[in-house]
Design a binder for this molecule. Structure first.
Ligand code: F3S
Length: 395
């Protein structure tokens, strides 16, 4: 691999042990993949920071980088944790677990990571088209490539951490323009409008059916959130981290005649719905939304909706995951949240939390949640919309 003089210096240890180790890791992986050179990035985002996922070994690795002098070289953020930040929640009951999780977060902050605790780093810093990133959360990677036309591969936790420290990644995969062309045409003929949960159902089907293709879907997604839900699901059931759509591509530039085609009709959407539905709305313990994270406005809209409908209290709670940075803002809402039976989970991810024994069945509008909760926590799932849940459990 070609290395610039500055990169050679880092590799020889002139800029400290942490950077040397980080660059070694990136160069090794890049060489194994056949990358010719490195490229500067403007934003690193790391996943795999939940203590439930990485355990003591992961904690040790992060602490080692800190002790060896590791400091971020570019704007860097990190994913949600397995606990809630700045607020009490059912996810924070195991004190030993909370302690270890906080230790991981402490070293990340000491190294210069922005306190983000979110899988929606694009809400903190919107990527610009053609910018190179090194992100490690599959849903965020898919959103960056698909919605923002930024360039990133899906990096594992240690590699994204290494990129945060040196501000570089290997020039390979989706960083190269020639690898970003769609290779299969998806004709969407289903009657469902692509709002929650239908964009997620489409994503679930596309990921499962197409594996790691770059599809072109001949539709215009109606909202930013519908693209986010689609992208998160497609990156879970498959490795779809870039999709071209009518939102981001001019169709006439593409040579459809040479592409394979598939058609998605009501049958395919219903097939996914049947596959993931393992509980009824009557059996669920909670409604969960916020995978990927919802925004503060989404939370305010929910409260307003309940007020407009004169719903004093939900008989079963709504859990909503939002970025951990919202902790302070939430304090002012405590009374109304308790009254209405809404549990906010700032900075949390249910999938990587200690969910054991807390819930048996969950209603959700997130197909990424529907994919992971049964596999990781043996939790059954009902796919519903927020409105359906409110209608069912609002008093
Ligand atoms: Fe975010 Fe966790 Fe879902 S990281 S996308 S809330 S699985």
């Amino acid at each position: 691999m070609y290395l610039s003089k500055d990169e050679e210096k880092i590799l020889s240890g002139e800029e400290g042990e942490a950077k040397q180790l980080a660059l070694k890791l990136i160069v090794r992986v890049g060489e194994a993949l056949g990358a010719q050179k490195l490229i500067d990035i403007v934003h690193a985002h790391i996943s795999g920071i939940s203590y439930d996922n990485i355990g003591d070994e992961g904690l040790q690795l992060i602490r080692d980088f800190w002790e060896k002098g590791g400091r971020t070289s570019v704007f860097s953020t990190f994913n949600p944790a397995g606990i809630s930040i700045g607020i009490e929640s059912p996810l924070n009951t195991d004190k030993e677990y909370v302690k270890k999780q906080l230790e991981i977060l402490k070293y990340l902050k000491l190294m210069g990571f922005k306190e983000s605790y979110t899988c929606t780093p694009y809400e903190i810093r919107e990527p610009k088209p053609y910018e190179h990133l090194a992100w490690g959360e599959s849903s965020a990677v898919a959103v960056a490539n698909t919605l923002y036309n930024a360039y990133t591969n899906k990096e594992g936790g240690p590699l994204a951490l290494a990129s945060a420290l040196v501000g570089k990644t290997y020039y390979w995969g989706l960083h190269l323009e020639e690898n970003r062309k769609p290779n299969i045409l998806v004709k969407y003929k289903a009657s469902y409008k692509l709002y929650e949960p239908y964009s997620g159902l489409l994503g679930y089907y596309i990921g499962k059916t197409l594996g790691d293709a770059i599809p072109f879907i001949d539709i215009h997604f109606p909202t930013k959130r519908s693209i986010i839900d689609y992208a998160a699901a497609a990156a879970s059931t498959g490795n779809i981290i870039l999709t071209k759509t009518k939102n981001n591509t001019v169709g006439r530039d593409l040579d459809f005649d040479y592409m394979d085609k598939i058609v998605v009709d009501d049958t395919e959407i219903k097939q996914v719905l049947d596959e993931v539905s393992t509980a009824t709305i009557d059996e669920v313990d909670i409604f969960f939304t916020g995978c990927p994270h919802k925004t503060f406005s989404d939370l305010l809209n929910l409260i307003e909706k309940l007020q407009i409908l004169h719903i004093n209290r939900l008989t079963k709670p709504i859990w909503i995951a939002v970025p951990g940075t919202l902790g302070r803002k939430l304090k002012k809402l405590t009374k109304i949240l308790v009254e209405k039976n809404i549990q906010v989970l700032p900075g949390s991810c249910l999938v990587v939390s200690r969910l054991r024994d807390l819930v048996n069945a969950v209603a959700t509008d997130s197909l990424k949640t529907a994919f992971y909760l049964p596999r990781r926590h043996r939790v059954r799932v009902a796919i519903t919309t927020l409105d359906e849940f409110i209608k069912h459990y609002g008093r």
